[in-house]
Design a protein around this ligand. Sequence first.
Ligand SMILES: [Zn+2]
Length: 76
Amino acid sequence: MPIYEYGCEKCGHQTEMLRPMAGADEPVACESCGQPMRRLQSVFSAAGGASLPITGPSSSPPGPGDCGPGCGCMMP
Ligand SMILES: [Zn+2]
């Protein structure tokens, strides 16, 4: 289920809501002033936090066979 971000044009309050795609355009009342909020954008896969692995010096280097066929790792 995608996360949608809503912003209040009245007071500037912003919030994120987990909603089904079918209900994305349904009005959302501002938690602060009660005015209808405008949908800003959809943020996908934000519920799981950082899903992409961080590649850097800390990550372990690929071992033999990890690169797939055609890679020189498997060669003697
Ligand atoms: Zn508001």
